[in-house]
Design a protein around this ligand. Structure first.
Ligand code: NAI
Length: 331
């Protein structure tokens, strides 16, 4: 089977080639998938895409006309795919639903610890010969209240870790997971979670319901000085509203691994160019904001699992087997 990878980086090649061992013809392309690049998949049975590849109707139509029969996401989220268009064009969409919830949950914790204990600043200070402690004060996590929005695979692992720190964990989800009450987590209405939490961590998918879940209205009721962590998807937060709340001090700390307009920014080196996105440059200017470029998934275990499950998804398709990881339109 010929598979064309879009937005491919050296690590994609490394992990997929390790598992493929000559079975399939893998074509790794650096450009993202869009209307201009879709033709590059001509002659491939499958395309393999990542979080910022565009899979809207025009792109899917081009892929279909190029002979592509299936779209394989090498990620869990599928908000970048027009599922209705894919269904109309008879293009199945498969994904990797749970390659490593631990990788993402642990990264959320890394953001919390870094923002709180300012290890990134301490590292630079000490390297510079500055051994002062001024302005490095943090707070104990033990006894603090952590609000988890979305208690699926990642949110539930995150909740368990925070319980391990001795935090009180509140949760909000449209579907409650009874197992989590056993570790002492408590479901409460969203507004209650927002009011009571010292740290709020977002682990729900991006959908029309969750877009700008953290915006003017919700920021107005959070605990003043609260920490907000987003490893879900950028548009869960209304970034402009967050900037206002950072300026007023309502948000005390912001840690994000995802950003609303990350599409042309993340996964590329812009160190020698002028960044024209003034929203992210404003965010970068706050001393209490920590941004990582969508790396929460980026562990050896997760990359191995992503490659394994993606190839399995495609082999099942080729063999006419049921697609256990197919993304279906919600009815
Ligand atoms: P999951 O599907 O296991 O869990 C999502 C949970 O969110 C479910 O329990 C669902 O009921 C809940 N939910 C849906 N709508 C909600 C709402 N309006 N309010 C509260 N909860 C709601 O998904 P999983 O694997 O835990 O991943 C969560 C998200 O994390 C993904 O959708 C993806 O966007 C993001 N992600 C980010 C990565 C990164 O590298 N930064 C890597 C992998 C996933």
């Amino acid at each position: 089977m010929k598979i064309t990878f879009f937005s491919a980086r050296s690590y994609d090649r490394q992990y997929f080639e390790n598992l493929n061992v000559g079975k399939h013809e893998l074509h790794f392309l650096e450009p993202a998938l869009n209307e201009q690049t879709a033709m590059l998949a001509t002659g491939s049975m499958a395309v393999c895409v990542f979080v910022n590849d565009r899979c809207d109707l025009p792109v899917l139509q081009i892929l279909k006309s190029c002979g592509v029969q299936i779209v394989a996401l090498r990620c869990a989220g599928f908000n970048n795919v027009d599922l209705e268009a894919a269904q109309t064009l008879d293009l199945p969409v498969v994904r990797v639903p749970a390659y490593s919830p631990h990788a993402v949950a642990e990264h959320a914790v890394a953001l919390i610890l870094t923002l709180n204990r300012k290890t990134h600043k301490a590292y630079n200070r000490v390297r510079d010969g500055n051994f002062e402690l001024e302005r490095l004060t943090g707070f104990n996590l033990h006894g603090k209240t952590v609000g988890v929005i979305g208690t699926g695979r990642i949110g539930s692992v995150f909740a368990g870790i925070m319980r391990g720190f001795g935090c009180r964990v509140l949760a909000s989800d449209v579907v409650e997971n009874a197992e989590l009450s056993k570790i002492g987590m408590q479901y409460v209405p969203l507004h209650e979670l927002l009011r009571a939490s010292d740290i709020i961590s977002l682990h729900c998918p991006l959908s029309p319901d969750t877009r700008h879940l953290i915006g003017h209205d919700t920021l107005a009721i959070i605990k003043p000085g609260a920490m907000i962590i987003n490893t879900g998807r950028g548009a869960l937060i209304d970034t402009k509203a967050a900037i206002e709340a950072l300026k007023s001090g309502r948000i005390g700390y912001l840690g994000i691994d995802v950003y609303e307009q990350e599409e042309n920014l993340f996964f590329y080196d812009h160190s020698e160019t002028i960044i024209r996105d003034e929203v992210i440059t404003r965010l970068m200017s706050f001393p209490n904001v920590l941004i990582t470029a969508h790396q929460a998934f980026f562990t050896d275990e997760a990359l191995t699992e992503i490659a394994r499950v993606t190839l399995q998804n495609l082999e099942d398709f080729e063999a006419g087997k049921p697609l256990v990881n197919q993304v279906l339109l919600a009815v």
